[in-house]
Each structure stands twice: as C-alpha cells, then as structure tokens.
Design a protein around this ligand. Sequence first.
Ligand SMILES: NC(=O)c1ccc[n+]([C@@H]2O[C@H](COP(=O)([O-])OP(=O)(O)OC[C@H]3O[C@@H](n4cnc5c(N)ncnc54)[C@H](O)[C@@H]3O)[C@@H](O)[C@H]2O)c1
Ligand SMILES: O=C(O)C(=O)C[C@@H](O)[C@H](O)[C@H](O)COP(=O)(O)O
Ligand SMILES: [Zn+2]
Length: 352
Amino acid sequence: MRIINESLCDSNISVIIGKDALAELEELKDKKVALFYSQKIDPSKVKSHLKNFIEVPIIDGEEAKDIHYALKLAKILFENGFDRGDYVIALGGGTVTDVVGFVASIYMRGINLINIPTTLLGMVDASIGGKTGVNFENVKNVLGTFYQPSMIISDLLFLDTLPFEEIKKGLAEVIKYGLVLDKELYDFLAMNKEKIFSKDEEALEEIIYKSTLDKLSVVKADERETKGIRIVLNFGHTIGHAIEAGSNFSVPHGYAISVGMVCEAKMAEEVGYAEEGVVEDVTWILSQYELPLTVDALNAKIDLEKAMSAITKDKKVRGGIVMMPFPTRIGDWKKVDVPIETLKGFAEQCLR
Ligand SMILES: NC(=O)c1ccc[n+]([C@@H]2O[C@H](COP(=O)([O-])OP(=O)(O)OC[C@H]3O[C@@H](n4cnc5c(N)ncnc54)[C@H](O)[C@@H]3O)[C@@H](O)[C@H]2O)c1
Ligand SMILES: O=C(O)C(=O)C[C@@H](O)[C@H](O)[C@H](O)COP(=O)(O)O
Ligand SMILES: [Zn+2]
C-alpha cells in the first residue's frame, strides 16, 4: 500500500493506493455521508465502512456529465439535510468523480469530498487534481470548478472487474505522463506490458503511484491552470476533445486522447519543437498498448464541423491563440503559442 500526503494551496490531500485501501474509510464512521456510486459498481465494500449514510446509485458515462443531472444530485443532498460538515463520496469512473465532484463543489459552496475511483483512468488521472465538471453545448467540461477532494482512495480491488478495454483507456493517460513528464515511467511502460495487461498487482500499483505523483506535482505548481504549467496535463486533449465532440461522445476519452497525442506530437514535430524520433516513440508506445493511432482506427464517424467548433472552445485559447503543450523529447515538453487557425489546419488534416 502507498500513501501520499500533499498540501495544495489551502487543502490537505491524502491518496491511498493499494489493495484494501478502503480500510482508510474507518475515519468516516462517525460522519454523515452521501455515497454516490455508479449503478454498475457493487458498493458493498464501501458501505461496510460507513454507519450514517445515504446511498445514491447514479448513471455513468458522458451522459452523466450534464448540468441537469448534477442539479438532481444536489437536490438529493438538499432534501436529506446535508450541511458543510458532512461528506460526499464519489464512487465510480472519471465521469462519476467529475459530476459528483462538481456537485460537491457547488453545494453550499463546498462540502467535504472523497473520491473512490473504480477505473484505471480514474485512479491515474480523473480523481486527482480537483478539476470537476460537466459537458455543455456539445463541448467537454465547459461548466466546472477546481475543487480538491480531501481523500482519494485507489483500491485495486475495483480493477478486478474492470474490462480489458477500460484498462487500455486508462493507460492512454499513463502514457501521457510518460511522454511529457516522466521518462522513467515511459521506460517502465516499455518494459512491463505483459504484467500490466495481466493486471499484475505490483505493476498496477506502481503506475498508479507514479502517475499520481506526476499529476500532483504539476497541480501543486499551477492548481488553477493560470501559470502555463498545468496545461501539460492537456497534451493530446485539444484534438482528443474535438474527436469526442465530433463523434457526439461515442468515442471514449482514453481512445480520443490517444489519437490526439499522435496528432499533436506530429504537429510539434512539423513546427520544429519535437526532436527527431519523438513521433515514432509516441506511436510505438501507444501501439504496444493496443491504443488507436488514427481516426480510422476509432471506427466512428467524426463530424468535422462539430470537432472544429470544439477546438475554438478549448480552455487553453486566449484571444485567438492556443497554448499548446508540445512534447520536445520523451519526458519533456514546452508551451507553444499557436494561432487557432494554424491548429485548426493541422487538426483537419489529422481528422479527415
Ligand atoms: N477531472 C479530471 O482531471 C479528468 C481527467 C481525466 C479524465 N477525465 C474525465 O473522465 C471521464 C472518463 O473516465 P472513465 O474512463 O473512468 O469513464 P467512465 O466513468 O465512463 O467509466 C468507464 C466504464 O467503466 C465502467 N466501470 C467503472 N468502474 C468499473 C469497475 N470497477 N468494473 C467494471 N466496470 C467499471 C463504467 O460503468 C463505464 O462503463 C471523461 O469524461 C473524462 O473527460 C477527467
Ligand atoms: O487535470 C488536468 O489538468 C487535465 O487536463 C487532465 C485531463 O486528463 C482531463 O481529461 C481533464 O478533464 C481535461 O480538462 P479540460 O480542462 O481540458 O476540460
Ligand atoms: Zn484526460
């Protein structure tokens, strides 16, 4: 079991990673808790650690990331008399932690939040760092907040039931850290595919631990994405989010950003920021993990107009310029200001 304690601005955060990490919930025994959980998850192992709680099964997937659905969940807190001293638990994949985190952040301007991710993607990325949100007008995460959970419990037991395809989607975000932040992680991924694919506990714990440390160190330096540092976590996401929007969210996030990373790495190379060989390294590691490299591999129809429109709404756009995190060499990156029209030109080539 690994435990990380971090302070970010005014929040103290504990991350517990490993089998039986759920035991840490004991400290909630005397608290009032709202347990929001994906209806596809069995919540019994979480419930056994709680005494005074309500349980709310919810839908998951992009459909759940909707403002009207978020308001329904807020109403449940209101009607059950929750106050700011009480706790909300988000138990599920990234879509659940995004929408429930959003609700926790706006309810009475913030109620205590604990994330219990149940997908690999949730454990390595979505449950960490405080970005919450819902989609709006066919664009990802347009309505959202920065709101830190006090505790993140990544219990490997949930991965036992997680389908192989979902493991792969989570690995896309792990590969992201390797490519732009952490050469050691890239090397670990390069050497441990068999173990990771067979859900070897030690290997999974290692990649979740390394990803958590990588993400927290970036978030600590730039919690609200105002300093041009946190944008690195968005590598592959400008084009990735465009793919999601262009497919009416039928392409899952992990696959969309896999293709997005290939496109954005190619762009970095063409404009002269990526060293020779970086694109090959990006495509090699993604293909090792059987992730899609091109839009064709996604087997989805992408509406170019919708995709291009999503690009203009990217949160890294300022006055016609997009701040792009470009890989320079494995484990390193640079912020490059790209005119939006230039980006759209590249994106169109990549998405056709
Ligand atoms: N806030 C952030 O920093 C952040 C970071 C990365 C991604 N995200 C968001 O996260 C979302 C993607 O998250 P996701 O990939 O976890 O998707 P998801 O929540 O839709 O879960 C994927 C699938 O796995 C199923 N599932 C969940 N846990 C399971 C388990 N233990 N066993 C079996 N099945 C299980 C779900 O029912 C669902 O069908 C996207 O909306 C993305 O934008 C947010
Ligand atoms: O935490 C971050 O910062 C990220 O960018 C992590 C991403 O993996 C994640 O998909 C995030 O939700 C994207 O946020 P957005 O600001 O581009 O909507
Ligand atoms: Zn992401």
